[in-house]
Design a protein around this ligand. Sequence first.
Ligand SMILES: [Zn+2]
Length: 517
Amino acid sequence: MRRRLILKMIPAGVLAGLPTFAGAARAAGLVPAFRGTPRIAVGGIASECSTYSRIRARMEDLTVLRGQDVFKAPLSLPLQRYETPFLPTLTASAPSGGPVERQTYETLKADYLERLKKLLPLDGVYLMMHGALSVEGMDDAEGDWYEATRAVVGPDCLISAYYDLHGNLSRRAVDTLDAMTAYRTAPHVDRVENVMRATDMLTHCLRYGLRPGIVWASIPALLPGEQSSTEWEPGRRLWADLSEYNRLPGILDVSQLVGYVWADEPRAAASVVTTGTNIEEQTRIVTELAARYWDARHEFHFDSPMGTIEECLSRAMVSVTHPVVISDSGDNPGGGGNSDQTFFLQALLKAGTKDVLLGGMTDRPATDACYRAGVGATLPLSIGATLDPLMCRPVHVKKAVVKHLTAVTRPEDGEAVVEFDGITATLSARRRLYHSAESFRDMGVDPAQFKIVVLKCGYLHPTMKVLANPALMALSPGAINQDILHIGNRRRRPTWPWVPDLAWTPEPYISARFRRG
Ligand SMILES: [Zn+2]
């Protein structure tokens, strides 16, 4: 689940107050070992790709930053805090969605490696990742990226990466990295801290001549993303004390990943992973936390009452309180859904439901048609099923009235509000999130004024949560179907909950980098 954070709004004092390792190192009597300024490259590739999606991310769908432009990314801002200049290569990121087209990935990797070679010799590499990247015809794309990086920089260079909480780890990745960390919150509100954990570890180890290593336990349990919040139990308590473990001797980082369930591949699993210089302590921590996570697996649950589309709609139509906010969770672009499915719209029309806001439908042709017609015009529209015509059928509306068009300079940024049959719908030319109340108010639509609000989202954005009266979650079909027991499951290892009586005990794995001494 990816959510933007505007770093510009973070007061400088907050960044300055983030923990660093320097003070602890001085207290421990460590003496700087590095002579001169270490050379650290920065790069990476990040996306969250559902292997159940038929959409492919092509070059034009990715944000690619090269050279000094790498520092324009909001999450690169914390790098300015270091005396050591980071040396830019290439960063690429795609919104959550389908797998990345193979040729796009190969082109980006070649560009990145070429830039990395020009920076040699390097003492460190810092990689901005996600952990749920899928590339056409390739398993474990992150592992491929790390191995290619290692082949360029050599065995002595330290590589540190950060992950999303919803990333999948592999033995190949663990055997190639020296340090890693991951978000400790869902929704992800610790993005800056995550960057700084990864970069602090790297700069600290280079400065004091430490060679950290990773100990990891893969946990064969997966959850629907919408159950993985750290705002309610058991997520709240399972992640709450990770920073306490960081204070133990020889421990640099302890992270716990939910994994990404919509990747039907062997590596998909939850993880506990530690970086440090104390194999025994790390092994103890990983064993303890992995067992704790496994024991809590039955406690994970959705935040809202859930049901099928029809069940949620029936309940909403008789509700005496409003607005009833329903998540069309299987089509949420925030987790990799298409955002062009019409199952909910079909159900609304079939039931004759009025006074409804349907937010977040992606449809480039329909949006373009609205711009051609202009505000106030009435036109026939075909809505939905343009990105994946095999998943569902479009809905043909005879008379839609254009109520709003956002002023944009590029057609791909277009967004429209249309009304038809008692339904107000937002259309956008490209896949984007319409989760907050502000995203609708910016288009002149107030979600609070509707009887029913249907959103292509999962757990609700805080600004929508305060409006919802009540909130319901529809377990709708789609690329991120939350009803995970019924998604295709061909390539995964035996994993709970598909194997309900699976017996398992933690088997900590020590990175090959660590074992080499
Ligand atoms: Zn996430």
